[in-house]
Design a protein around this ligand. Structure first.
Ligand code: ACO
Length: 319
């Protein structure tokens, strides 16, 4: 059985930037409140004529270029998204058509902010079992279109973007371990309680969030999954070169780093300028730190995320 290795990364953020100062003019909030409670000072928003597939395609092309392979070399495409362009076909199929790939397996994964961790884990299993040799794994979201821009509790948090990795089968690790969890008992803590029926939206199409409860739950399950992944790999915290966490809130990131006894210099932090890009946040952060040279070949990376469902998980990578 072979391993899967990350051979290229890519990231894309839309041009338009929404600052906390812009938000001050939209809802009753302040730059200071947002910064203190979340660490966010700006986020990117997709243009009206951009869709999730556009964002995904930009990230994908950069990841393919970094991996030095052609789209036609892919035999698996997985897109993690909560904001697909259509109910069907999947965004992965839409992207596949854009990339001119024919016949490769392609599907979407829906695990909200944990979506990329889920997708990476699934792609790893495809490769380990020999079902695929080269996989494109993407997190892409336009969360801004599900946010109620008059609700200060939620609209300050989210941004749009896409991140991608290319995985390839290898005799050397690679992805060392993946751990996925979910508990639907928490379905109402963070949700968009709507569906499409009879040709129209049935329910409320905006993000609903019990912020305080989400915060406590996120800290608890992330602490537990990072402990679990280290124990399963018989490693202690000192083995980790980089923590690449889901970028929801700097205080959640700080809590996980503290649990791992990691100095913040070993944590990739993009939340100040990206906001929470849901499934895109981990691959975007990974790409930033690969491209600026912080993450080096051979280093041990711990990727983790938590999101609606609730879902949570972690992936340990030898880069
Ligand atoms: N500006 C100013 N005041 C605000 C704002 C705002 N944007 N939003 C809420 N407030 C007010 C509240 O109304 C409340 O006022 P009150 O005391 O008069 O009722 C007060 O600030 C405190 O509100 P809390 O909700 O207790 O504030 P908290 O410190 O919990 O911070 C926050 C709120 C930032 C949402 C935090 O709970 C959080 O980050 N939770 C996690 C949410 C999250 O990350 N969601 C993303 C998806 S899930 C995931 O990715 C993990």
């Amino acid at each position: 059985m072979s391993y899967s290795r990350i051979i290229g990364t890519g990231g894309y953020l839309p041009e338009k930037i929404l600052t906390n100062a812009d938000l001050e003019a939209m809802v009753d909030t302040s730059d200071q409140w947002i910064l203190e409670r979340t660490g966010i000072h700006s986020r990117h928003l997709a243009a009206e004529d951009q869709d999730t597939c556009d964002l995904a395609e930009n990230a994908a092309r950069l990841a393919l270029a970094a991996a030095e392979i052609e789209a036609s070399d892919l035999d698996l495409i997985i897109v993690a998204t909560t904001t697909p362009d259509r109910i069907f076909p999947s965004t992965a199929c839409l992207l596949q058509a854009r990339l001119g790939v024919h016949g490769a397996t392609a599907f979407d994964i829906q695990a909200v902010c944990s979506g990329f961790i889920y997708a990476l884990s699934i792609a790893d299993k495809f490769i380990k079992t020999g079902a695929a040799r080269r996989a494109l794994v993407i997190g892409a979201e336009i969360f801004s279109r599900m946010v109620n821009w008059t609700d200060r509790n939620t609209c300050i948090l989210f941004g749009d973007g896409a991140g991608a990795v290319v995985l390839e089968a290898s005799d050397e690790p690679g992805i060392l371990s993946t751990h996925l969890h979910a508990d639907g008992a928490y379905k109402d803590m963070l949700t968009v309680p709507a569906t499409v029926a009879d040709g129209r939206l049935n329910g409320d199409g905006f993000v609903k969030m019990q912020g305080n409860e989400v915060f406590k739950f996120a800290v608890k399950v992330l602490n537990s999954v990072v402990k679990e992944i280290l124990a399963d790999n018989q490693l202690d915290e000192s083995a980790i070169d980089w923590l690449v966490p889901h970028q929801a809130n700097i205080r959640i990131i700080n809590a996980t780093a503290k649990k791992l006894k990691l100095p913040m210099e070993k944590v990739v932090v993009t939340v100040p300028t990206h906001g929470n890009t849901s499934a895109a946040s981990v691959p975007l952060a990974l790409d930033v730190a690969v491209r600026d040279g912080r993450i080096q070949r051979g280093q041990i990376l711990l990727l983790e995320a938590v999101g609606g469902g609730f879902t949570w998980g972690a992936v340990l990578v030898k880069y």
